[in-house]
Design a protein around this ligand. Sequence first.
Ligand code: PMP
Length: 466
Amino acid sequence: MSSQPDFSASSFRAFESAAAALYAREAEVYAERRPRSSAACRDHGAGFISNVPLHWMLDWPMPFPMVVAEAQGVHIADIDGNRLTDFCLGDTGAMFGHAPPPVVRALAGLETRGFTFMLPSADAFAAGDLLAARFGLPHWQVATTASDANRFAIRAARAVTRRAKVLVFDGCYHGTVEDTLVDLVDGRTIARRSLIGQVADLSQTTVAIPFNDLDALRQALAAGDVACVIAEPVMTNCSMILPEPGFHEALRALTRTAGTLLLIDETHTLSTGPGGYTRVHGLEPDLMVMGKPIAGGVPAAVWGMTAEVAEAFAAARDRDEHGHSGIGTTLSGSALQLACLRACLEEVMTEEAYTVMLDRAAEIEAGVASVIRSFGLPWHVARVGARLEVVFRSAPLRNAAEARAAAMPETERALHMMLLNRGFLLTPFHNMVLVGPGVTNAEAAAFVAAFADAVAELSSSAEAIQ
Ligand code: PMP
């Protein structure tokens, strides 16, 4: 890690304005290479709001989305014939590569077995056993998105504890879960200002505190009204914030003392290893959620619980009237999901796949860190397993306030476009690099070389401005 002091205000401004100019140039290059994507988005998208099936598809640095023609393994190609190494991987949905062959085979095998019937399929019980064996919690349920799984796990936590409040860490993202869509502003928890159509006052039921702040945690749990803490083990949605040594042990001890359940959201940190961060680092959650890549990119999510929580959950269901529980959706637990979940756990998320992912990610981390050092930049690389990103300050981030202060939005989008035009697709959010199992040593080295190229140009343009 760099021991450089952080940028002075003038260097920061020079870097950001150099980046803005380079971004404009790269956006033109991108557009020139994509006449067909441009025409498709402009002329044929009217059936959708803003011409795309989900408005998030416009949240990329590109001037318009590339239209995807093919995606296999860690490669993606657009209808203009541009082929890229994909380090975005559908923002994690395709963590183990696009269309993993075992999952494709599982889908094909459903031809005579059907997709959905609100009954367990032949694959269901095997998948349940695989989840219990791999992730250490004995009882699971299936949902269709990680958002839903988090929502259901929170509902279960409230039912079990008979408490109203949820504690989140400022800067978190756990999906479209109202209870978690808050920010910590001047010490107060308020609904996230981007939240559309929000009516309920979230400050009544959610408390946000800074990550890595054990005093704040102690204080927030003291009243005994928090049903659960929901946490990513490493915060991955506001830059990357690693837990300080001892944080997870203290989080577990304090929640236990307070009678608060601990819900670990592993959706992104599944990148750590075959059993997620929880297994690799010996966490002891009461509830756990995983979605996105867990069934190879087919919409599925799972939430698991300890035997104690399962027992209390069953008692809560018996206590209340049976009927609409607020948990579950019609297509959840479908034969389609279970077949893909089983194939993914048995044949895709293997030790061997993780070995390649982690090795390549470590190579990229070392390469990128050495580029940062050689240009004397006050940045560093944060990594959780196969997932890494450049943080624009020299010291590790402790919380979201520090992450917001370290942001360099122009530099971020310029780097994104420069790497895209050099053959590498990064995640649109803070340029996260997710290294899938098919990445070769040569591709990892080429990525580091492209990063060095981009940084060289940014640095020399910034120097010229200063
Ligand atoms: N948990 C985490 C940690 C996430 O980052 C996300 C989405 N980025 C979700 C849950 C929600 O996933 P989905 O959008 O698939 O519901």
